[in-house]
Design a protein around this ligand. Sequence first.
Ligand code: SF4
Length: 532
Amino acid sequence: MRILLVYPLFPKTFWSYEKILELVNRKVLLPPLGLITVAAILPQSWEFKLVDRNVRSVTEDEWDWADVVIFSAMIVQKQDLIDQIGEAKRRGKLVAVGGPYPTSVPDVPQTAGADFLILDEGEITLPMFIAAVQRGDKQGVFRAGDGERPDVTTTPVPRFDLLEFDAYDSMSVQFSRGCPFQCEFCDIIVLYGRKPRTKTPEQLLKELDYLYELGWRRSVFMVDDNFIGNKRNVKLLLQALKIWQQEHQYPFSLNTEASVDLAQDQEMMDLMVECNFNAVFLGIETPDEESLAMTKKFQNTRGSLADAVEAITRTGLRVMAGFIIGFDGEQKGAGDRIVRFVEQTTIPTTTFAMLQALPNTALWHRLEREGRLRDGKDGNINQTTLINFTPTRPLADIAHEYVDAFWRIYEPVTYLNRVHRHFLILGAPKCKPPAKLPSLVDLRALAIVCWRQGFVRETRWIFWRHLWSILRNNPAVFEHYLAVCAHNEHFMEYRQIVKDEIEGQLQEFLANEPSQPPVEVDHPVEAMAQSV
Ligand code: SF4
């Protein structure tokens, strides 16, 4: 059986980082970990080819070669998923789809022509697909039982060998699935449940062994939605990983996503730094406590968020953070409060979006009951789309605050000032990878960044002043600092995209719905907080 695995295109998003990837001759930030895990679960007597459409297009020879084409997609890849299903069907291929988006909204790929829907987690539903294909079935829908979740300790090592390594900036591995928290807007807990399931340390180290054996020597992203969801097991992993990294002379720098309560566990943070983790993404969402309680993100209300960011930074983990605007009951000026918080805490890189109701989340169901959803489940959702429901304050106010805050956060001089302040307090790395000569590509990227930010742009004075200051005050983070300065190249372009897209959609929205009646909130924050 010849299986062609195809990963659809992403639109330009906050995470696409084209400008920075261009500088270092890469095409994409992260590989399609789900598809290479699917390839590892399917019978190894089958043949596989993988095309990441973010790297290149599928060739006619590859379409001809395939017996079955398998797609995996997230919601932002919806349009290309539909188009590529059409391409495969036009060539008479059997098509199977899976991944987060088809699992949440199976009727969209089905209507587009998919023959097999492999939904929920593949460890459970791929064996059903294999049996169906071996029986000669031409279609089928495979779902896990209600609440059924696989034991990920049996998940095989992903087929990293199918990837075109040179195209990616970072590799990805996954240690756990699921998160113990209950944020109302989150689809992770719908897809993977609230009981974090982890692999064994040995299993994860085997994945790293394989990457090492294949010659990978750059960064690795732990894609867990909340890396510290199961603290006990994560510490066991970190203890083993620390030894593995020492023995292999730190071939990988690591980063991940975690909940803010990481700051309360100094032992965990120290272990992470000792394993060569250098950055962590935190879902902060908003500094407004009422909004955090409204969205059931209670873990962010138990202490000072600013203190948490500082503790994590001082330990040696650069903080990236996510912010959202548009929560129910939100008061005017939320955008301003986010800008002030970001400046106060010096977080260099923040993903910032208007709240979206993802299909089948608790937020989606509540808004559906309240008759407030604006788009159906097949609406477009990403960082440059308007809120997809009727908010409790005028949508135009939220959109203006969003664009204004995004613009100010990524004003080039403001950004460099913030990066400088963050790196002055960033704890020094605790492990010493052997020194190596920079590659020609790295030197070229460095020259371009220095030329653009140090000579051409209005950043020229502070660029050199800050560079010198970091060299004098915190030289151990110098290389890391320069890499984050380079991100300015992306944000300068991306903030313009956000502005143009949101303002364009807002004009259209206002032309169709010039006056919005205020929405009455009949679920006060206090009542919701008490119910948990
Ligand atoms: S902490 Fe993150 S992963 Fe966990 S429920 Fe909240 S948003 Fe989802």
